[in-house]
Each structure stands twice: as structure tokens, then as C-alpha cells.
Design a binder for this molecule. Structure first.
Ligand SMILES: Nc1nc(=O)c2c([nH]1)NC[C@@H]1CN(c3ccc(C(=O)N[C@@H](CCC(=O)O)C(=O)O)cc3)C=[N+]21
Length: 286
């Protein structure tokens, strides 16, 4: 008998959760409130364009007003800051994000700090990050939140589990650690200077990988029957989309694993639109 690997199918979970979210949007519309999401995209990064297109598709499917503000790569920092100020004060916009990365001549920290924490659906402003770490989140970073929504869907209990996160980015590694700590997991964050990485990752009950290196994690990094969450969006030697985990190498060794594509990516978008709907619900209820 061939036992096939248990996939954490983000794409299917996302579709299942869309139903409840669509209903929430309908209830809001009956109250005269349409959730509004804006995305600021700077330049022509082709990966960013794909992600933004996916966000637009999902938002519109749910009945959310979606506004794309696309600036040329040559936009000045001040023009970008002016647009952010405008969105901060636009009552039709419940939340917005500035798709990262921005071009080098623009100070990313300055841009993020200009976003009103009340509309920061990425959860990237210093106020949002502080609130996340003290356990009173205003908004939650979408990838981290999407990972938890997916684990909840599959009834994975994190309490007391050994979680190892590979990658310490502000967008994924750190916020995922914060949310999992809140679920009483024992969390270790590893990174490029970590010594004996393999020894640490192979003790993980749940291994989260977000480093942006194609197929970096092989079988010998993974504990038998571990749960593996692959946040990577990389290209393999043939230019095919793949993750940070060598799926074929580890798949017979793990209890559950996210595919790439179809895993964390769609859940990131689910978490983003969920956040926008939640803010709109706050607006509707005054
Ligand atoms: N301010 C900001 N917030 C973000 O949330 C943000 C960002 N900047 N910059 C880039 C990363 C990346 N990200 C993804 C979203 C959707 C997919 C997604 O839909 N992935 C599909 C396939 C995509 C494809 O076909 O290439 C999948 O995994 O099945 C992936 C990655 C959001 N990010």
C-alpha cells in the first residue's frame, strides 16, 4: 500500500474559508459598508505583480473594493508618502499595504512608519509590531496569520510543541514566532549565523522555513513525522516555482507538509482579506 503524504493544502483551505468571508462581506453591505483594500505597488517586479494580481482576484471574489495604486519605479519618496497620507484619511479604505520591496532610492522604514497603524493590514508598523509582541495585536502580518489559520483548519495544536523557524525576517520569521508563542509553543528562531542548524531543525515538531533559497531543507534537516511549513517562493534549476524545502526529498519522512505553490501563498491572501473585513466590521459597528 502506498501511503501518500498529508498535504496542508492552503489553496483548498482558502477556498473553504472564502465562503464564510463572503457572508461577512454581505452582512456588511446590508449595513451600507463595503470593505475597502488598497495596494500600492512601485515598479515592475514581476513576482510582486503576480502576488498583487492574486490579491485583487481574491478581494473582488469576496466583494471587497480593491484599489491598485501602481507607481512607476521612478516615483519619489515624497510622492509615495503623500499617497499614504491620502489613504490614511480616506474613509472608504479600511486597510492598505505597500507591496515590498520598494526601489532602493526609497526608505522602506520611513514608508512603513507613515502608514496609520489603524489601517496597517500588513501589521508592519512599529506600533503594530509592538502590539503583536505584547499579545494585543491590532492587525497581524498576513503570512504568519495565514499559517496559523491553516494549522487551525487541520486541528494542529501548537501547545507545548517545539517550533523551529528558519529565517528572522520582519515579514515572516519574527511575526510567526510571536503568534506561535501566543499559542504556547516553544519557539526557536534560526538564521544565517546559526551554528549547527541541522541539529536544531531536526528537533522541531513544527518546522517553518522562510529563507528564500530553493530546496535548501533536505531530509536530514527534518525530524521523522514533523510538520513542515514552507514559505519559500523560489525557482528551481528549470525555472519552475518551488519552495525552500526539497519537497520530494522530505515528503515520505514528514506527517504534514505545505506544497509550493498551493500552500502558504493562498493563505497569506486569506489572512489579508480577513484582516480587511475585520477592520470594516469595526467601522460598521462604530
Ligand atoms: N507589503 C507586503 N505584504 C505582503 O504580504 C507581501 C509583500 N509585501 N511582498 C511579497 C510577499 C510575498 N507574498 C505572497 C502573496 C501571495 C502569494 C501567492 O499567491 N502564491 C501562490 C502562487 C503564486 C505564483 O503563481 O507565482 C501559491 O503559493 O500558490 C505568494 C506570495 C506577499 N508578500
Amino acid at each position: 500500500m502506498v501511503i501518500s503524504v498529508n498535504l496542508l493544502e492552503g489553496k483548498k483551505v482558502a477556498t473553504a474559508l472564502d465562503e464564510t468571508m463572503t457572508k461577512r462581506v454581505q452582512v456588511l453591505k446590508e449595513k451600507g459598508v463595503t470593505p475597502g483594500l488598497a495596494v500600492i505597488l512601485v515598479g515592475d517586479n514581476s513576482a510582486s505583480a503576480v502576488y498583487v494580481r492574486n490579491k485583487k482576484r481574491r478581494a473582488e471574489k469576496l466583494g471587497i473594493d480593491f484599489q491598485l495604486i501602481h507607481f512607476d519605479a521612478t516615483v519619489t519618496e515624497q510622492e509615495l508618502l503623500n499617497k499614504i497620507d491620502e489613504l490614511n484619511n480616506d474613509p472608504a479604505i479600511d486597510g492598505f499595504i505597500v507591496q515590498l520591496p520598494v526601489p532602493d532610492h526609497i526608505d522602506e522604514d520611513k514608508v512603513i512608519e507613515a502608514i496609520s497603524p489603524a489601517k496597517d493590514v500588513d501589521g508592519f508598523t512599529p506600533i503594530s509590531v509592538g502590539n503583536l509582541w505584547i499579545g494585543t495585536p491590532l492587525t497581524k502580518p498576513a503570512t504568519a496569520s495565514g499559517i496559523l489559520m491553516m494549522l487551525d483548519y487541520y486541528n494542529v495544536d501548537l501547545d507545548g510543541k517545539n517550533v523551529v523557524i528558519v529565517g528572522r525576517s520582519n515579514i515572516v520569521g519574527k511575526p510567526t514566532a510571536a503568534l506561535m508563542l501566543d499559542r504556547n509553543a516553544t519557539v526557536t528562531i534560526t538564521h544565517s549565523h546559526t551554528k549547527n542548524l541541522k541539529e536544531i531543525t531536526s528537533k522541531a515538531d513544527v518546522l517553518v522555513v522562510a529563507i528564500g533559497q530553493a530546496k535548501f531543507i533536505k531530509k536530514d534537516y527534518v525530524k521523522d513525522q514533523a510538520i513542515v511549513i514552507d514559505v519559500g517562493m523560489d525557482r528551481d534549476e528549470n525555472g519552475k516555482l518551488c519552495g525552500d524545502v526539497d519537497f520530494e526529498d522530505v515528503k515520505d519522512h514528514v506527517s504534514m507538509i505545505t506544497p509550493v505553490p498551493g500552500g502558504v501563498g493562498p493563505m497569506t491572501i486569506t489572512a489579508l482579506v480577513d484582516q480587511v473585513i475585520e477592520l470594516a466590521e469595526g467601522r460598521a459597528n462604530g
